[in-house]
Design a protein around this ligand. Structure first.
Ligand code: MLT
Length: 330
């Protein structure tokens, strides 16, 4: 009996010391205790990358750790989404993606992740308008001239995009369908490299987010045919909307969300959400985003429920449209 007691006491002491060790370790190593990776699903130098890099610094300050931006490109953001969905649920791999998260389930036949099952939601981030651009020496000087030009030259006009599921593709498809023309589309791994080629004169047209385009538009380095939102933009007040130039109801604005993998503990989610909101309220971030006509979402949307509800609504909105159009990617 004595032996048994002492064995039990020994086990108890071992357990106690193990709890103590774990307790001490936990107390000394609260999240985050190492750098955090922020995965961007498109090429560096593009709009998603720019927003990620802008908020990474204040998020890092708030979390007390460096936030390192990493680009995992290809397949309209689905390669990056798969990577994040399969990552450890510990909050060290954070994901920023736009509305491609909502279009992917209908667009991709063999999707390796489920946007509604494989992620925890941090919050919506920003909404970005788009603008239809042409290379500087592209002959049409305004939207009416563009419409006339593409009708006659449709075989040779090239329209860049960032691949299946990219918003540049969606905007381009909508434009072509409204004009009743099929142009030659040129896919890139992000609109960063696509914009570089537009500036270099290698492609004719690109529907891009305003994130990086405003200075090029102001300096006349690209031609601008119209903004994709129903209202003109305060950063580009002289650029007419596509709607006011005849494409009634043309309305594309790009929403963005932040995610981590399913099973990440609530306390970790709360810390990342706090850091996201701190970044969105950072005065320098606000100024930089306003210069590009990017709208910070209201605080009620920069929440896990705000993103989850919006994502679900967007999946339900885009799914039937994409399926009806018969648009698929492998
Ligand atoms: C990018 O960051 O390159 C874009 O968001 C791509 C796109 O969807 O057009």
């Amino acid at each position: 009996m004595k032996v048994r007691v002492s064995i039990l006491a020994g086990i108890g002491a071992l357990l106690a010391s193990s709890f103590l060790i774990n307790g001490t370790a936990l107390a000394a190593d609260p999240y985050p205790n190492k750098p955090i990776t922020l995965v961007v699903p498109f090429a560096a130098g593009g709009p998603t990358d720019a927003v990620a890099r802008l908020i990474a610094i204040p998020m890092g300050k708030s979390l007390g750790q460096t936030v390192i931006v990493e680009n995992t490109v290809g397949a309209g953001g689905t390669i990056a989404a798969t990577r994040v969905a399969r990552s450890a649920p510990d909050g060290y791999m954070v994901f920023i993606h736009h509305m491609g998260m909502a279009t992917a389930p209908a667009l991709y036949k063999k999707l390796q992740f489920d946007p509604m099952k494989d992620f925890e939601y941090i919050g919506q981030v920003v909404d970005v308008p788009m603008v239809l651009l042409g290379r500087k020496n592209f002959p049409p000087n305004n939207f009416k001239e563009l419409e006339a030009y593409i009708k006659v030259n449709k075989e040779k006009v090239t329209l860049a995009n960032a691949g299946p599921g990219a918003v540049s593709q969606l905007c381009g498809l909508l434009f072509m369908s409204r004009e009743g023309v099929e142009l030659t589309t040129v896919p890139y791994k992000g609109t960063g490299p696509a914009l570089t080629d537009l500036l270099g004169g290698q492609v004719d047209l690109l529907c891009d987010q305003t994130t990086q385009t405003v200075p090029y538009i102001r300096d006349g380095l690209v031609k601008t045919y119209g903004v994709t939102t129903p209202k003109r933009l305060s950063a580009l007040p002289n650029i007419p909307t596509l709607d006011e130039q005849g494409l009634k109801g043309f309305d594309v604005k790009v929403w963005h969300g932040m995610y981590v993998s399913k099973g990440t503990p609530p306390a970790v989610l709360a810390k990342i959400n706090k850091a996201l909101n701190a970044a969105l309220n950072d005065p320098e971030v606000k100024t930089r985003l306003a210069e590009s006509n990017i709208e910070i979402v209201p605080a009620s949307k920069a929440t896990p429920a705000g993103l989850k509800d919006h994502l679900e609504a967007e999946i339900n909105k885009w799914g039937p449209v994409i399926r009806k159009a018969g648009a698929y990617a492998d």
